[in-house]
Design a protein around this ligand. Structure first.
Ligand code: 5GP
Length: 207
């Protein structure tokens, strides 16, 4: 796969209940230049989720077939289910010149960084352990035993935050969204990004 591309690749990881999806969705609404990557998963749809919008919901056999055919740029087992980012999804987005944002777990983030060295890894932390548990309970989407599994996994997931480029603490939603927008904006100000988006300025200045 060609790993030089005009857009930026943002990877957001966080334990579930941290507000990651709400933050990413708010960014997507505000910024039309950022597009989501829709993953494939073997877990069942939750709540209002729609196939092809939040995820492509597929069975184990189909997932295994896609793995065997090297259709994933990364994949991992999370909370007992398989999740993967398809190459086709990323390639389509990159071809459109969009910035792409991936909401994946830390294992996937590490795989992406190996392939796309310029990927920007962002970790979202809850303000406290008590708040994380409270949010998972209030969400009311999962059975108690699933919540306990998610909390156990959260500890392991958060231990990997140190390998990420940026950390956002989601205490107050608006502040966390401001931080996310700031990271995206700063990335667009890198020398390479500016030269791509404003070639006339660089040409004029003989740069
Ligand atoms: P959920 O089931 O709550 O939607 O997601 C569970 C976890 O799987 C989250 O941490 C989410 O970011 C992660 N995840 C979702 N899609 C992918 C993917 O394509 N690859 C990887 N590695 N993790 C994913």
């Amino acid at each position: 796969m060609n790993n030089t591309y005009p857009g930026n690749l943002f990877v957001v990881a966080a334990p579930s209940g941290t507000g990651k999806s709400s933050l990413v969705n708010a960014l997507l609404e505000l910024d039309a230049r950022v597009k989501p990557s829709i993953s494939h998963t073997t877990r069942d749809p939750r709540g209002q989720e729609i196939n092809g919008r939040e995820y492509f919901f597929i069975n184990e056999a189909s997932f295994e077939r896609m793995v065997a055919q090297s259709q994933f740029v990364e994949w991992a087992k999370v909370h007992g289910h398989h999740y993967g980012t398809s190459k086709q999804m990323i390639e389509e987005r990159i071809a459109q010149g969009s910035d792409v944002i991936l909401e994946i777990d830390y294992q996937g983030a590490m795989q992406i960084k190996k392939i796309f060295a310029n990927a920007v890894l962002i970790f979202i932390l809850p303000p406290s352990w008590e708040e994380l548990r409270g949010r998972l309970l209030r969400r009311g989407e999962d059975k108690p035993e699933v919540i306990e599994l998610r909390l156990r996994n959260a500890q392991e997931e958060m231990a990997h935050a140190a390998s990420f480029d940026f950390v956002i603490i989601n205490e107050v939603f608006e502040k966390a969204l401001f931080d996310l927008k700031a990271i995206v904006h700063a990335q667009r100000l890198s020398f390479q990004a500016q030269r791509t988006s404003r070639p006339e300025v660089f040409k004029n200045l003989n740069l």
